[in-house]
Design a binder for this molecule. Structure first.
Ligand code: ATP
Ligand code: MG
Length: 588
């Protein structure tokens, strides 16, 4: 018996593809977002680096510009006879009188904070800004360089009190005699303010504590009424700054980072600051500190965040749409896949059912056949037994015994006829076809039929004039035609002729060319309830019939790749047609 295995679950197409697809989508979006972010960070870093370079350049430029002003001032003073005479004589009161007005103007209009007259041996003669302090030796770098090179020198000088000033020291020579040196200085606060205004960055000047003494620095702070914090950073102090307050987040660690050349980003009271630092050297070339550069990137960051949000939302929407489309496509694929799977399973099931039905049909046909054979043989055998018993009883009556023996013989002959028909039926399976002319075959069969049929029923043959040759087994076709003729004669009471026809016909289902061999009678016809069963083996309505005639005809037609059809009208007649293909190979 054929059996089928339970339906295997179809593979989950969606589950297989959707997960990796979603992961790929998320990865692409992640890479996309990170790339945008990194690009923005790099643009901002480059911008800060460019601004840092600009700060260095602009700061140097401003120092040069202010030192030029100082040179012009020195030049103007050298043309002032009163100042020159006072300097030549070492006359402090004279210097006070002649240079005070100029110094005050410079202090008021040009932020000049220092004006010195120093003797050729670098001993200070007079300080216009602190007239009470004089007589000390000046050993600052600018002074020493001018002293050696005999030409004006300018540069940054870090004072003991913690002031960072731009100094210009110029030698003064008049009428072949060296009068000494003039020194002009200014604090740099206004310079970093100007740089801030130009480059839109805040600046903080940090000085290394190694170049300062805490006590003096603190004294300087109180003199200048400042409140600098010595302890806020371990290595540096903030000497000047453009912003009022230093950011709270600016701590030691960050400072070390900045001074090592890195940039940093901090938050300060709702602001976002991007920071870097550039080195600062004094006139002697000592690395006295660093200028920290603070760029406010709050609004830039807000704009970037806005754009990022839009980009991320837009990509999310696109990714969502792509995901939905892919999901729908996969769903459809999975649905089709399932349907196909189910169909295949159903087909398999149907096929199995069909096989089972065939088995059952075969068994049932075998049952019918066995029943039919038993029935056919049983009747005469019962007769034989009964009549033999009667003959036993009538053994003293020879005439009756002879009659009974005659009956027994007839019953035996019936059995023999039945067995012969059975043997004929079994012979039908040996089939060998060859091109055969149909008209002679039909005529031979009719002749044979006339000899066998006692009533000499009229038979008409209607075949085409031109010879029709078909690939057939002549013995089988003759046998089939004989059976049809026999049935027609048995169904016809009067003298209505039986007509044999041969006409070309296309098979309506397979569209194959062929011929129909027909037998038409004017007999009783076949009732509808009988029509359904006429091809069932052993089905007969006649008492002496075996019910094998038409099954044989059908079998013969099928062996030739053809078929049999019957049409009938009660009391009018019946027409049987055996359709045979012109080319057997096409049909089988
Ligand atoms: N031309 C016909 N007209 C009317 N009925 C027919 C005709 N041919 C066949 N039949 C019916 O079909 C039944 C089956 O015919 P089939 O030839 O198979 O068996 P049978 O003629 O009864 O017996 P058998 O041919 O074996 O002697 C017949 O018993 C009869 O009822
Ligand atoms: Mg028959």
């Amino acid at each position: 018996m054929t059996s089928i295995s339970p339906a295997q679950q179809p593979r989950r197409v969606k589950a297989t593809f959707l997960g990796p697809f979603a992961a790929a989508l998320v990865a692409i979006m992640g890479v996309f977002t990170i790339t945008i972010y990194l690009a923005e960070v790099s643009v901002r870093d480059r911008d800060l680096a460019e601004r840092s370079a600009a700060v260095t350049r602009l700061f140097a430029l401003k120092l040069d510009k202010d030192s030029n002003l100082m040179r012009a001032v020195v030049h103007a003073m050298k043309g002032n006879a009163a100042i020159e005479q006072a300097f030549r004589r070492g006359d402090r009161a004279g210097l006070e009188r002649s240079a005070r007005g100029l110094f005050e103007t410079l202090r008021r209009d040009h932020r000049i904070t220092h004006l010195y007259f120093t003797e050729p041996d670098r001993t200070n003669l007079y300080r216009l800004h602190t007239p009470t302090e004089y007589g000390d030796r000046i050993d600052r770098a600018t002074m020493l360089q001018t002293y050696t090179r005999k030409e004006p020198v300018h540069g940054l000088e870090l004072g003991p009190l913690g002031t960072l000033t731009l100094r210009l020291v110029a030698p003064w020579k008049a009428q072949g005699r060296e009068l000494g040196f003039v020194e002009i200085g200014e604090e740099i606060k206004h310079l970093i303010d100007e740089v801030r205004d130009n480059l839109a960055v805040d600046l903080v000047v940090f000085v290394d504590k190694r170049y300062l003494a805490q006590a003096q620095w603190l004294r300087g702070q109180s003199l200048m009424k400042r409140q600098g914090e010595w302890d806020r950073f371990s290595s540096h102090v903030a000497l000047a700054q453009t912003a009022v307050e230093l950011p709270l987040a600016l701590d030691n660690r960050l400072l070390v980072d900045l001074f090592a050349g890195h940039s940093a980003r901090i938050s300060d009271g709702g602001r976002s600051l991007h920071m870097a630092a550039v080195p600062l050297a004094d006139a002697a070339g000592h690395p006295i500190g660093q200028i920290a550069i603070l760029r406010d990137v709050t609004s830039l960051e807000a704009t970037f965040k806005g754009y990022m949000t839009i980009v991320v939302l837009a990509s999310l929407a696109v990714a969502g749409a792509v995901f939905a489309v892919f999901n729908a496509a996969l769903e459809r694929v999975e649905r089709d896949y399932r349907r196909q799977h189910e169909l295949e399973h159903r087909l398999l099931h149907l096929d199995t059912e069909h096989q089972r039905m065939l088995q059952l049909e075969k068994l049932s046909a075998l049952g019918t056949m066995v029943g039919g054979i038993a029935h056919q043989l049983n009747n005469p055998l019962v007769g034989v037994v009964n009549m033999a018993q009667l003959a036993e009883r009538e053994n003293d009556n020879p005439a009756a015994t002879r009659e009974l023996l005659g009956e027994i013989r007839r019953a035996g002959e019936d059995c023999r006829v039945f067995v012969r028909r059975m043997l004929e039926f079994s012979k039908v399976s040996s089939f060998s076809s060859k091109p055969t002319a149909m008209a002679p075959l039909i005529e031979d069969t009719v002749l044979m039929f006339r000899q066998a049929e006692r009533r000499h029923h009229p038979v008409e043959i209607q075949v085409p004039a031109e010879p029709v040759v078909l690939p057939i087994d002549p013995i089988l076709i003759r046998h089939a035609l004989f059976n049809l003729l026999q049935n027609a004669a048995q169904a016809t009471q009067g003298d209505a002729p039986i007509v044999i026809g041969l006409e070309p016909e296309i098979d309506p289902v397979r569209k194959l060319p062929g011929w129909s061999l027909t037998v038409t009678d004017g007999g009783a016809g076949i009732p509808a309830h009988v029509m359904d069963k006429i091809f069932v083996p052993f089905y007969t309505t006649r008492s002496d019939g075996t019910g094998l005639g038409l099954p044989v005809v059908q079998h013969v037609a099928l062996l030739h790749g053809g078929h049999v059809s019957a049409s009938s009208e009660p009391e009018v007649g019946t027409r049987f047609a055996i359709w045979l293909p012109t080319n057997q190979k096409d049909a089988t």
